[in-house]
Write a new protein. Structure first.
Length: 68
């Protein structure tokens, strides 16, 4: 599941950057802001994926310690 978050995050970062650059090139401040916002959302999704991985790893470590 966290891989999906990371892939979605990467997609949002790329499309956000494209919108940001398009906005800068055309002078469209709204489009530029939309791109920046989408890029931040992408970063947040990637961080969510990392956090899920960390929790899963910690749970597996704890489980292995309990089962010893």
């Amino acid at each position: 599941m966290s891989l999906d978050d990371k892939v979605d995050g990467m997609k949002d970062k790329v499309t956000g950057k494209a919108k940001e650059v398009e906005g800068k090139a055309t002078g469209d401040k709204t489009r530029e802001a939309q791109g920046k916002a989408e890029g931040f959302l992408g970063k947040a999704k990637e961080k969510l994926g990392d956090a899920k991985d960390a929790v899963k790893d910690a749970a597996e470590d704890l489980k292995s310690k309990i089962n010893k």
